[in-house]
Design a protein around this ligand. Structure first.
Ligand SMILES: Cc1ncc(C[n+]2csc(CCOP(=O)(O)OP(=O)(O)O)c2C)c(N)n1
Length: 336
C-alpha cells in the first residue's frame, strides 16, 4: 500500500494566514524604509534595514509560538519581531531611544530588539554572541521538560566566529531544541562570503556537527516556512537542533553608516531587486487567487497608516532623563 504523503505545511495555511504573512512582510519593508528616511532627517542615530530579508524572516517566525518559544534575533530582524507580535510603535521606541523604549529603555543600539513578554532576548553587539545564549536557553527548556524551542538568527558572516561553531557543537551534543537560522545575504558588511568560506552552501557545515542542515530559497516565504516548520517539529519532538540557510540579499546598504557602492555593483543589486521577495509573494498570491488589486490596496493602506501612527507616537515619546544615563550601569554607593 502506498503511504499517503502529508500535505506540505505551507499548503495547510488558511487564506487568512497567507494574507497575514504578506501583511507582515509589507509592514517590515515599510517600517525599514521609514527608519532609513527618519535617520537621514537626523531623527535617529543609526538604523539597520531588513529590506530584502522579509521572506526569510516572516517565513521562519510564522512557524513559532509567540510568548512560548524563545527568540534570539539580530539587528536585521525587523520582520521576525513584527511577526512574533512587536508593534511598529514598540520597534520605533528603540529607534527614537525614548524613555519608554521596550527594547532597552533607550540604552542599546537601535534595531537590537528585545521584548520580555514575547521572549525576544536582548542582543549584544558582538556578532554571533546570541548563538551560545540561545543554545543555553534551549537546553534549559529541555532539562526542565518544557515544551519550548529557541530560534536564533544571524548572517553568513556570523558563521565565521568561534561562538557560532561552539554553539552548533554544544547544541547537537546535548540535542537542544534550537533552530539556527542563517540569513545568507552574501556579505558581512563589505566582505563577500567567498572570502569567509570555501563552501558554496554553509548548511554543509551542519553535517560536521551532526545535525540536519538545509539550504532554502530565502526569497520564497512559503519554502522558508516549510523548512522552519520541519525544524521546529523536530526540535519539539526531541530530535534536537537544525540549521537553516536562507539564501537572500539585502537590497540596501548594511546600515545607515555604510556605502555599498564601494563593494557591490549596481548590476548585482538590480539582479536581486528583480527577485524581491515581496513582489514575488504578491504575484504568487495573485496567481493563487488570494490577493486581488482591491485587497492589495487595502493592506497597503493599513500598513501606511500603522507606520504613520507609530512614527508620530515615537517622535512624541518622552526622552530619558539625562541623570538616568548611568543607571543601571554601575552599583550606586550607599548614601549617594
Ligand atoms: C565580533 C564582532 N566583529 C565585528 C563586528 C562588526 N560587525 C557588525 S555587523 C558585521 C557584519 C555581520 O555580517 P553578517 O553576520 O553576514 O550579517 P548581515 O549584517 O550581513 O546580515 C560586522 C563585521 C561586530 N559587531 N562583532
Amino acid at each position: 500500500m502506498t503511504a499517503v504523503k502529508e500535505a506540505p505545511a505551507a499548503l495547510k495555511l488558511s487564506d487568512e494566514q497567507l494574507l497575514e504573512m504578506y501583511y507582515k512582510m509589507l509592514l517590515a519593508r515599510t517600517l525599514s524604509i521609514r527608519q532609513r528616511l527618519l535617520q537621514r532627517m537626523g531623527k535617529g542615530a543609526i538604523t539597520y534595514s531588513g529590506e530584502g530579508h522579509e521572506a526569510a524572516q516572516v517565513g521562519t517566525a510564522f512557524a513559532l509560538r509567540p510568548g512560548t518559544d524563545w527568540l534570539y534575533t539580530y539587528y536585521r530582524d525587523i520582520g521576525v519581531v513584527l511577526t512574533i507580535g512587536m508593534t511598529p510603535a514598540e520597534v520605533l521606541t528603540g529607534f527614537f531611544a525614548t524613555r519608554d523604549d521596550v527594547n532597552s529603555g533607550g540604552r542599546n543600539m537601535p534595531s537590537h530588539f528585545s521584548h520580555k513578554r514575547l521572549r525576544i532576548v536582548s542582543q549584544g553587539a558582538p556578532v554571533a554572541t546570541q548563538c551560545p545564549q540561545a543554545v543555553g536557553t534551549a537546553w534549559a527548556s529541555k532539562l526542565r521538560g518544557l515544551d519550548e524551542v529557541a530560534a536564533v538568527y544571524f548572517g553568513d558572516g556570523a558563521t565565521s566566529t568561534g561562538d557560532w561553531h561552539e554553539a552548533m557543537n554544544f547544541a547537537s551534543v546535548h540535542k537542544a531544541p534550537v533552530i539556527f537560522v542563517c540569513e545568507f545575504n552574501q556579505y558581512a558588511i563589505s566582505v563577500h562570503y567567498k572570502k569567509q568560506m570555501a563552501v558554496e552552501n554553509v548548511a554543509l557545515r551542519a553535517q560536521g556537527y551532526g545535525m540536519p542542515g538545509i539550504t532554502v530559497d530565502g526569497n520564497d516565504v512559503l519554502a522558508v516556512y516549510e523548512a522552519m516548520t520541519d525544524a521546529v517539529e523536530r526540535a519539539r519532538g526531541g530530535g534536537g537542533p537544525s540549521f537553516i540557510e536562507a539564501k537572500t540579499y539585502r537590497l540596501v546598504p548594511h546600515s545607515s553608516d555604510d556605502d555599498d557602492r564601494r563593494y557591490r555593483t549596481k548590476d548585482e543589486v538590480e539582479s536581486w531587486s528583480a527577485r524581491d521577495p515581496l513582489v514575488r509573494f504578491a504575484r504568487r498570491l495573485n496567481e493563487m487567487g488570494k490577493l486581488d488589486e482591491r485587497r492589495e490596496k487595502e493592506i497597503a493602506e493599513r500598513v501606511a497608516s500603522e507606520v504613520d501612527e507609530a512614527t508620530e507616537l515615537g517622535e512624541g515619546g518622552a526622552r530619558p532623563d539625562p541623570e538616568s544615563a548611568l543607571r543601571p550601569v554601575f552599583v550606586e554607593e550607599k548614601g549617594s
